[in-house]
Write a protein that binds this ligand. Structure first.
Ligand code: MTE
Length: 265
């Protein structure tokens, strides 16, 4: 309770207004519960306390940790971040959480670890769409070790100065604002350190449209729509989309030498 609101890290500010919660909190993607954007009532079925994250794979010693204990170990801060969905809508929100790098440090990865694979809970009893076989459940995502170590990669446990409401991915989700929103996996219960590039949920579903890197780029269209601009939630505005969603200065170096890869799909 007394952890929120956390002190704001002034290094992460915005050039646009914060999106009001009445918009961002009623327009969510959380396919485990519903394919509709008004997933809030269904998502409330998830029990998020207690919640344990398993850390395994290429680490000194695999372990499990309660989210509350993890928060007590690493501390919390608030950051204002943009969020750009691949569907061409966007929002700007105050996340509360901690840099993913702090969790990586706790995990003590071995030198062979090249990627992190993150996984969402699996529970068909509370998440009805997980009963549909066409989806490669559970939802998984991945980052390279270098991406995970970038200061922008953030584990969010709260939003708007309070713990995450369920529809935002309680009790802990990723926020990687230079990538399309589907990389920011919700309700994480496992992080594995692995050598091979992990296959992600969306790649498993439709690899021609959704790749591993998924960095925001207005010049690279989705096969079915343009990524040049975005609809700002809660406004009537469409604004131009920026390369790396405006975070190029912090992240462009991560991709030097990788120009042959599908960095923006
Ligand atoms: N994580 C899980 N587990 N399930 C999902 O369906 N949707 C992704 C991402 N993380 C999703 C997920 C997509 S497509 C987006 S745009 C963001 O969550 C949406 O985050 P928001 O609802 O907090 O805006």
């Amino acid at each position: 309770g007394n952890l929120y609101p956390a002190p704001r890290n002034q290094a992460y500010t915005l050039d646009r207004a914060v999106t009001a919660e009445k918009y961002s909190g009623n327009y969510n993607n959380f396919y485990e519960f519903s394919l509709s954007k008004t997933v809030l009532p269904e998502a409330n079925a998830l029990k998020t306390k207690p919640w344990t994250i398993k850390i395994d794979g290429l680490v000194e010693k695999p372990f499990e940790i309660e989210v509350e204990e993890l928060i007590r170990k690493v501390g919390l801060e608030e950051r204002l971040y943009r969020h750009r969905c691949v569907e061409a809508w966007s929002m700007s929100v105050p996340w509360t959480g901690f840099p993913l790098a702090k969790l990586v440090a706790l995990a003590k990865p071995l030198s062979g670890a090249k990627y992190l694979q993150m996984q969402t809970f699996m529970d068909k009893a509370v998440a009805p769409v997980q009963r549909q076989f066409i989806y490669p459940w559970p939802y998984t995502e991945g980052l390279t070790m270098a991406e995970a170590g970038n200061d922008l990669a953030f584990m969010a446990t709260g939003i708007y100065g309070k713990p995450l409401p369920n529809q935002f991915g309680a009790p802990i989700r990723l926020a990687v604002p230079w990538k399309y929103g589907f990389k920011s996996i919700k309700s994480i219960n496992k992080i594995s350190f692995v050598e091979a590039r992990p296959k992600t949920f969306w790649e498993g579903l439709q690899s021609a449209e959704y790749g591993f890197w998924a960095n925001v780029n207005p010049a690279v269209s989705h096969p079915r729509w343009s990524q040049a601009s975005e609809r700002v939630l809660g406004t009537e505005q469409r604004v131009p989309t920026l390369i790396y969603n405006g975070y190029g200065e912090q992240v462009a170096d991560l991709y030097k030498g990788l120009e042959k890869e599908r960095l923006f799909v």
